[in-house]
Design a protein around this ligand. Structure first.
Ligand SMILES: CC(C)(CO)[C@@H](O)C(=O)[O-]
Length: 484
């Protein structure tokens, strides 16, 4: 079975490295790159990926490289009007230099595009140019690890969608929350045609020394959970099994699909999970639809150096929310202050801001939990009781990890564990690129509005990051006397 990886930042590179090291050579790994011009030499099967850990550098080779057409890639985010002119632009740019260069020649490219896509502009009022525009690759995608930035997921999946089906498995590895919901709403509304989704949360510290060379700076873990099946298959049946004793109830690959078809599991790494299914399904079995999901989960479990943990869907939601808060504290504060993660909590003011964010986020989670719990608010006594209580009293319904104090402790712990790192948001901002703030503080802000919870500190950080990103950093140059 073939696995694809898209997004070759620090996390994507670390993943691709460990996938290649773990999988037998019978299983090709294709790295989808968005622009070969970013490489000094076009990559090929002997192009290595390097990972540096504790000053020791290792490398692996043997990848296949899929190239998204650079021009198609850029123009796929342009929305054209009837005359072929640009109506709106969601240009995905990697840094300020790319942006400026892109601006310089976009008119020329657009002109070429207008000439070659007249039918597009004449048939629709407003269309996006997208959909499988790979120059020379149309391989079907069975399993895809998406390690791009959160804001790149939609355009990238939009382009790859023609190569996917309801049997494909997509692993989302982004920081932040709300990405899966956006993907479903914008790209896969029909549950019958929807691929399988796995949500993952990575806490390993990693940064790119240069393209294709990742520094694995701090050990963390890799938690992942399968999004419940719209077709109703229960991926967690074994955890509820009446036959198994409480101690032996665990997630089982056999709840996803029986083994041995069609992924030649002898060629996959040996899973620590034992299979107890009797016989492989037939060629026409509906289990073929779930084969890539089983193989992907099995592969994730075998990435032992990344400390993988398969979580139930419910536990995964807790993990994702916990990480969301850590990111909503550390990322904007380090990006605004221009400091390393470990510098933050040396200062009482940072603690105050972090505590306020954790309180607000925990209140949002309590309100969400209350709304989705079994508390029957149509019952007037219960409604009266809950209408008058402080959100604190709902603590009992909230997983311990999402209580304010625990969240604050978690922020401090991550800041310490990644003390020498520059956060991804600080790096994005310094490169002049887009940040993931809309999927971090932005997600909590929107949830606060939806559940009627005020989030003033979360919002202030959100607007300040946006302000910092948009305001040119020149003011001081106009007033030289202020520099002394
Ligand atoms: C947690 C975090 C801030 C640690 O570096 C990381 O998720 C990041 O940089 O986004």
């Amino acid at each position: 079975m073939r696995f694809h990886v898209v997004g070759l930042g620090s996390v994507g590179s670390l993943f691709a490295f460990h996938l290649r090291r773990t999988l037998s050579e019978d299983h090709p790994i294709s790295i989808i790159i968005r622009n070969r011009k970013r490489f000094l030499q076009p990559p090929n099967a002997s192009t290595p990926l390097f990972v540096e850990k504790s000053s020791e550098v290792s490398n692996v080779r043997g990848f296949e490289w899929d190239e998204m057409d650079a021009l198609e890639n850029r123009i796929s985010n342009l929305v054209f009007d009837e005359s072929g002119g640009v109506r709106n632009m969601f240009a995905r740019v990697d840094d300020g230099f790319e942006h400026r260069r892109f601006n310089r020649y976009r008119e020329e490219q657009m002109q070429k595009n207008r000439n070659s896509t007249t039918s597009l502009s004449s048939t629709s009022r407003s269309s996006t140019l997208s959909g499988g525009r790979f120059r020379d690759n149309s391989t079907k995608i069975e399993s895809l690890f998406v390690a791009t930035k959160a804001f790149q997921v939609i355009p990238v999946l939009q382009q790859l969608r023609p190569r996917m089906s309801s049997s494909t498995t997509i692993v989302l590895l982004q920081n932040g929350m709300g990405i899966y919901e956006k993907v479903i709403n914008e790209l896969f509304r029909n549950p019958d045609e929807r691929p399988h989704f796995v949500l993952a949360s990575n806490t390993h510290g990693a940064w790119l020394r240069k393209p294709l060379h990742t520094v694995h700076a701090g050990d963390g873990d890799l938690r992942f959970g399968i999004v419940p099946d719209p077709q109703g298959r229960d991926f967690e049946a074994s955890t509820r099994s009446a036959e198994a004793g409480v101690r032996t109830r665990a997630l089982s690959l056999d709840d996803i699909a029986p083994p041995a078809f069609p992924t030649r599991p002898s060629a996959l790494p040996t899973s620590t999970l034992q299979s107890n299914a009797s016989s492989p399904p037939s060629l026409t079995s509906p289990d073929t639809r779930y084969a890539s999901l089983r193989a992907t989960i099995r592969l994730l479990l075998s990435l032992s150096e990344l400390n993988p943990v398969w979580e139930t869907a419910e536990n995964m939601q807790t993990r994702l929310r916990q990480k969301l808060v850590v990111n909503s504290v550390i990322n904007p504060l380090t990006a605004l202050m221009g400091c390393r993660n470990g510098d933050l909590f040396l200062w009482p003011s940072a603690h105050r801001i972090a505590k306020a964010v954790c309180n607000e986020a925990s209140d949002v989670f309590k309100a969400q939990t209350l709304r989705h719990s079994n508390v029957n608010l149509s019952d007037s006594t219960t409604r009266h009781r809950y209408a008058n209580i402080e959100l604190d009293e709902v603590n009992i319904l909230l997983p311990r990890e999402l209580r304010s104090r625990e969240l604050h402790l978690r922020c401090r712990k991550v800041s310490k564990q990644t003390a020498d790192n520059f956060s991804s948001m600080l790096v994005d901002m310094r490169k002049g690129g887009q940040t993931e703030i809309d999927f971090m503080n932005g997600y909590l802000h929107r949830a606060g509005l939806e559940y009627g919870v005020r989030t003033p500190t979360i919002d202030a950080l959100l607007w300040m990051v946006k302000l910092k990103k948009s305001m040119p950093n020149v003011a001081i140059d106009y007033y030289p006397h202020l520099k002394n």
